[in-house]
Design a protein around this ligand. Sequence first.
Ligand SMILES: [Zn+2]
Length: 510
Amino acid sequence: MSKFYITTPIYYVNAPPHLGHAITSVLADIVARYHRLSGKEVFFLTGTDEHGAKILRASEKAGREVSSFVVEIRESFRNLSPALNLSNDDFIYTPDKKRHWPGAQKLWQKLKEAGDIYKGKYKGLYCVGHEAFVTEKDLVGGKCADHDEKPQLIEEENYFFRLSKYTAEIKRRIESKELLILPESRRNEVLALMGEGLKDVSFSRPSQDISWGIPVPGDESQTMYVWCDALSNYISALGYGSEDETKFLKFWPADIHFIGKDILRFHAAIWPGMLLSAGLLLPRELVVTGMIQVGGRKMSKTLGNVADPFELVEHFGADAVRYYLSREVPVFDDGDFTQEKFSQAYEGNLVNGLGNYVQRISTMVRNYFDSRLEKPAEEEILKAPLKKGEVEYVSVPYFIEKIVFPEYKKTMDNLELNRASDAVFGLLKELDGYVQHYEPFHLIETDKEKTRVVLWNLAYGAVSLAWFLAPFLPQTSDKIFDIFGVVGKPQSEWNTFVVKEHKALFPRKL
Ligand SMILES: [Zn+2]
């Protein structure tokens, strides 16, 4: 069985999760489920990034002990999984001394053995909000433009990682697509950056300044800076550096790291550099998702427009939120959320679209055929073809297999998840057209046998929708399989449908 390893970023715990975190996790979950359904052994990882000066400062401000301060927000991120029905196999967090630290420290050790860690003097303007040194061009009127605070001039002794040494090799891997970066625009952006050559990166901080972090192996006076601390989660979670590296040997390299554009540079430059230095394989793909805005503006506490995924799930259910995030927002571009758009999409496509279709078809089967439909003979099926414009497809199953499935597979494999979802909802539209064309509710009065064929095709269509939607709307998909009596049955056994009475899939909210 082939393996598939997929990750979300580890999320920074300075605030509880918002819709931006939810979208990355949902997209990764859809891909994980798709690969699981296609028979791969999948490992899906998410988690939290909890160290650093900013978190320490936030905990002090709240008058809390940092180690308990982070737990609360960590748990709210962990709760995204049951809320959104995420199928992650693991959850890693950076203060975990047993599971995370050994991997981070082993990796550091490997870079050191390769001669790529050296001590140097670092002098620069440090912005606490950034948790990074900033340059003059980041400043407006002497203050950091993003954080509206004055950076501190710091001179200190740090360890550095010799990233410059790996510029050419990283560039080669990205150009050859051995390390694939999607979308293309982001790949070009990274390559342009490589053109300037990569600079060595500051890799530690004096422990007296940052006590909240992982000590540098062999030098307690220094704490690892974010790179080795955080990026190493992708391998520490697999047991790298622990007594048992079986899982690491099986699942590494990652097949996909899902990331946001704000962390692309770290994942496309520093992370590959570290892996090359340690003699480890590089991830296969970096997938950069767009940002989600609220009402056309970036979510921010100041604007008070932070969309809470938990509230949405509570009101509309997990699948409705998964639907919106995976279809109404393109994977690679920025998307927009407003309550109004969300409600419209919910009512239009889920309540009146999918939910209504399943309700109508199952009701007709119950009323006209005593809840049971046997598969008609092939020549009978051919008597109720599907018409799409001028083209006539021999049957609904044929149309699904030859037209919908290839489009779905192609777009899923290319990670164009919103387009795959479009293909499925396009099928729903065709099926609705088929109902309008044959009008089974009138046809039953004159031709019961033909009605049987039409309804069987429509039931087959409903079950096909459920099959396509399984990675996207897992709960809804299960319900549809159950309603038509084919739970656990492969497509080759979708012959007889025994229909159950059921509640509306998507309750009306307006
Ligand atoms: Zn700043």
